[in-house]
Write a protein that binds this ligand. Sequence first.
Ligand code: HEC
Length: 136
Amino acid sequence: MNRLLLPLLVLAACSPQPPVDPAARRAARIAALKAELGPAWDQPAPGVDGADVNLGGEVYGKSCAACHGERADGHGLRSASMRPPPANLRGGADLTEAGRMQVIRKGSPGTAMPGFEGRLSEEHILAVGAWLRDLR
Ligand code: HEC
């Protein structure tokens, strides 16, 4: 192994981790989303109304279910080793719809949740948003 790499790895392993208390992490995450969205936070998410729910179900099955689970309860096949785990999409009442759409577009930094902006078309993003709305 490269002589520089080993000490760097040791350093990385010992460096302080971000707060792990799930409630504190959650509060910080919600605060960050509120700050990102400003007044849009608790306004209706544009375009979700009238988006194609059936298409959204297909998008969900292809792009989300592996992590969030077929039932959207957070228990997908790939979820077991994820820290933090994929969210239960049937819960999360502290997150507004605009907040959810922001997470879907931009991802959740430092977690396995990818941003889908640019990976899915806007039509598909809105459709999956409409499908999630129907779950609540
Ligand atoms: C590779 C795994 C993975 C995939 C694929 C994935 N997610 Fe996630 N998702 C996560 C994880 C992990 C979190 C938790 C992030 C956190 O705690 O900050 C999350 C969080 C979310 C949240 C926030 C919910 C909340 O209450 O905090 C939404 C909404 C969401 N995902 C929707 C989706 C949608 C829609 C798709 C498909 C288009 C998708 N995710 C695909 C792993 C994934």
